[in-house]
Design a protein around this ligand. Structure first.
Ligand code: GLA
Length: 359
């Protein structure tokens, strides 16, 4: 038997660097996918069309030299562990149209896709939430990337035409329908996560420090509380904490603007989030700031901001109309300024991982 699954990428409308601080995030799965095919085999192996590479692996605890294979190996290993027994070998083929390293969670898409596929094919019967949790563990403990849980939840539990208001403190998810939602465009800066792991881990550490010094968890912090501790925190940690507090508020306001279909107001929240990520949390880069500044000049663009971990990746844009000649204009300006090719494409909101065929 041959089984095929598709696992989406994700966008995050607003709520950045809040997921590892017990805050709110607001992602959705998108119609750009990783496709995975599973077949019985006499050994575990994986072939990735992106890299034209075929690699065999065993289900021991050791890491593999080829980095991307660790995601696959870790995913299979953790499902086997959850089942509490050995599983029959599989040959996995990976393909897709989800850009890698562009801030659309290609790694969570791969991990969740492999786990969901193995779970179905080998009868583990894991729920989507369990898969998201296990995928998060693989990324943190096996691959060694210290990310939050937003991406895995969005890829595993996304629903067509709905954003997900996730409260990472309680683990609750509320689906907010997107009828008449503006056009969503992803503009890829072409800069690949410069310093991401270093910068991201630094921010996590700084947030922990801020929490320790203030003495209350982020969700209980207010601007007054951190204002009173500003001396102890120092300017950098004060700025980091202020971003997290205000970004959480922006997520909740964004939900209201969607309910009221107030796209201008939602757009202003996106711009405010960008300013905060640039000036307070300091995870933006000049290339991305330039793109956001140019987008501000386009009348029918409601808002834009850097998306994901930062230090490169993509800009998320919401606009009244599809960006067409505007993208050509952006591309030209960006090439002149940085000598880098820019890519932009509109995306739709999709279901989470699912099986698409069995032959
Ligand atoms: C990356 C991580 C997420 C989240 C974002 C920042 O995408 O994988 O868990 O922390 O950065 O919001």
């Amino acid at each position: 038997m041959r089984y095929t699954f598709r696992s989406p990428g994700r966008i995050n409308l607003i709520g950045e660097h809040t997921d590892y601080n017990g805050g709110y995030v607001f992602p959705a799965a998108i119609d750009r996918y990783t496709y995975l095919t599973f077949e019985d085999s006499d050994k575990f192996e994986v072939y990735a069309k992106h890299f034209d590479q075929r690699v065999g692996f065993s289900l021991d605890e050791s890491g593999v030299e080829v980095e991307w294979v660790n995601y696959v190996k870790g995913a299979v290993l953790y499902v086997a562990r959850a089942m509490g027994r050995e599983i029959e070998p599989l040959s996995i083929t990976i393909d897709g149209d989800l850009p890698l390293g562009a801030g659309l969670s290609s790694s969570a898409s791969l991990l969740v896709g492999v786990m969901y596929g193995v779970s179905v094919v080998r009868g583990a019967g894991l729920s989507r939430r369990e898969i998201a949790k296990l995928a998060h563990e693989v990324e943190n403990d096996f691959v060694g990337v210290n990310c939050g849980v937003m991406d895995q939840l969005a890829v595993a539990m996304g629903k067509k035409d709905a954003f997900m208001l996730i409260d990472t403190l309680r683990g609750s998810i509320e689906y907010i329908k997107t009828d008449h939602f503006p056009v969503i465009t992803v503009v890829d800066s072409g800069v690949r996560h410069r310093l991401l792991s270093g910068g991201y881990n630094d921010r996590r550490f700084e947030c922990k420090e801020a929490e320790r010094i203030v003495g209350v968890p982020f969700r209980e912090m207010t601007l007054e509380i951190i204002g009173a501790k500003r001396g102890g925190l120092g300017e950098v940690l004060y700025r980091r904490a202020r971003h997290v507090i205000e970004e959480n508020e922006r997520v909740l306001r964004a939900v209201e603007t969607i309910r009221a279909r107030n796209w201008r107001e939602l757009g202003s929240l996106l711009y405010a989030s960008h300013d905060s990520l640039k000036n307070l949390f300091e995870v933006s880069i000049p290339e991305i700031d330039y793109i956001v500044d140019l987008l501000k000049c386009i009348e029918h663009v409601y808002g834009a901001r850097i998306m994901g971990g930062g230090f490169g990746g993509s800009v998320l844009v919401i606009s009244e109309k599809v960006l067409d000649e505007e993208l050509v204009w952006l591309k030209g300006k960006y090439m002149d300024r940085f000598g880098i090719e820019l890519h932009g494409y509109s995306v739709g909101i999709s279901d989470g991982v699912k099986e698409i065929k069995q032959i």
